[in-house]
Design a binder for this molecule. Structure first.
Ligand SMILES: C[S@@+](CC[C@H](N)C(=O)[O-])C[C@H]1O[C@@H](n2cnc3c(N)ncnc32)[C@H](O)[C@@H]1O
Length: 233
């Protein structure tokens, strides 16, 4: 299924055509360090990607750019409440949240950015909580070859996101975590899940990857690390 078909199935209308971005300019403020993720896209050539935790779309747009560089136009399903995470209530994020009467305008900014980068043909927004999104996609029988988890960073949030999205992976699919080895809650939840399932972790540059497939073969550029251990760059 391509992005247009997914948008039609979820919304029954062209959500990009009815978007009104009056008063906005492109703003790709976000977090970098997604080289590992882009390398995984190159190695695994996914047919469907899910991102959980999207913000203004910087990492999703990075993935869309990479797909097009590889002459691929597979859909990226982007799940976010677009309300920010706990940590975004700190003063330093106030301007970035662009709130109106306390309510963030992150979704509008994300939509504006996707359109300004011309990625409406691959990016499919799903503005719900991660757990609701996982349940919706299970009902739609969606399976993803790559899932990027970058929503709430506390232990309980990451643990529940892993448990919710693991069943949505295709047999050779990969789950990539942002901020592994950097945020304690992310590292603990990922380590525990990998140990419980006896699956190896592969990591580099603040990301970790795990897969239900034992047949995945990666180039030596990706550093294989033992379960629970962080491999320094
Ligand atoms: C760190 S930001 C994502 C950054 C983005 N991947 C990038 O690299 O630019 C985390 C995002 O997760 C979203 N989020 C946090 N908890 C969530 C939840 N339970 N369900 C859906 N989205 C959530 C927030 O709204 C926020 O946009």
């Amino acid at each position: 299924m391509d992005a247009a078909q997914l948008i039609d199935q979820i919304y029954g209308e062209d959500i990009y055509a009815s978007f009104d971005g009056t008063g906005l300019d492109e703003d790709l403020q976000g977090w970098g360090g997604h080289q590992f993720l882009l390398q995984v896209i190159e190695k695994t050539q996914p047919k469907l990607i899910i991102e959980v935790g999207v913000w203004k779309g910087r990492s999703a747009i990075g993935m869309a750019d990479k797909l097009k560089e590889l002459s691929s136009a597979v859909p990226i399903l982007c799940i976010d409440t677009w309300l920010g995470a706990q940590e975004h209530f700190q003063d330093k994020f106030r301007a970035d949240m662009n709130r109106s009467a306390g309510f963030p305008r992150l979704y509008d900014q994300f939509m504006f950015n996707v359109i300004s980068r011309n990625h409406q043909d691959v990016i499919v927004p799903l503005p719900v909580s991660s757990l609701a999104g996982a349940q919706m996609l299970r009902k739609m029988k969606v399976k993803a070859d790559l899932i990027h988890i970058d929503a709430g960073h506390s232990y309980l949030e990451v643990k529940s996101d892993i448990e919710a999205f693991w069943p949505l992976l295709s047999d050779d699919g990969v789950l990539v975590f942002d901020d592994y080895g950097i945020w304690g809650g992310v590292t603990q939840a990922v380590n525990e899940f990998a140990a419980e399932k006896s699956i190896p972790l592969i990591g580099s540059h603040g990301k970790a990857l795990m897969s239900p497939s034992r047949n995945l073969r990666f180039s030596t550029k990706l550093t294989k690390i033992a379960t629970g251990k962080w491999a320094p760059k």
